[in-house]
Design a protein around this ligand. Sequence first.
Ligand code: ATP
Ligand code: MG
Length: 258
Amino acid sequence: MVEIPRSHPRYRSLIERERIVKGLAMGIVVPEGLLAHGRGEALDYLLGEETTPVARKATRAAAALLLTSERPVISVNGNAAALVGEELVRLSRTLGAPLEVNLFYRSVERVRRIRDHLLSLGAEEVLTPVEDVAEVPGLESERRIVSRKGIYSADTVLVMLEDGDRTEKLVALGKRVIAVDLNPLSRTAKAATITIVDNVTRCIPLLADEIAALKGQTRSELESIVKGFDNEQNLRESLALIAKRLARLSGYEEPLSD
Ligand code: ATP
Ligand code: MG
């Protein structure tokens, strides 16, 4: 691979592409994952490629919700493993929650490759929906196949680069879903209990830090952080930030008349 100069103005973005392409070569990422990443990149561009104060608020609420959960599980797909494998392992350790591989384009070989990749990065527990599986009712995609002692029994599931269908069905099962999704308009973003509109590469380390910082808080303090969070409003605020930024950049602060 060609070395990317650190001084390149799009260094981070190019490194992310390189990780995804490497993941493809390792058989962790599928070609469709490249397209999903591209959609994410475009939205990140509109957000200014930084964690917004709105995303920070959602991250704090997500940390509080995870800390008040009895059985949180972190759902990992190919892109997430390729982009933030190490950070997910740290998050899993900080929270004391297992990682579980869950794929839309599922094959047992890819599930195992992702598990082995996470284990090689130091993961303590990686659940795979291969033995002792259960199904998310009403879901037709391969994402319905989950580990019985993992996502199926979880009270809170953290998802990223997720499909809207499964988020809706997990919520219908009574689970709380935290989604990291750069698209504030996606079905995932709308259906989740808490949506963090941010890039996983910035969000996952931040979430681990926030969990570490909130660990000393009492249960009622944590619960009041969760209660004070309104997902619909937070999504509107993310959209408003994008709109405001574009208005400023375009020089049209006032809406154009038709
Ligand atoms: P939905 O199924 O929720 O309606 P979708 O069909 O538009 O969403 P999918 O292909 O199912 O999208 O999932 C990919 C989602 O992941 C997209 O919303 C995309 O913006 C988001 N995404 C891609 N890369 C990243 C990233 N690095 N960090 C966070 N989110 C990302
Ligand atoms: Mg989808």
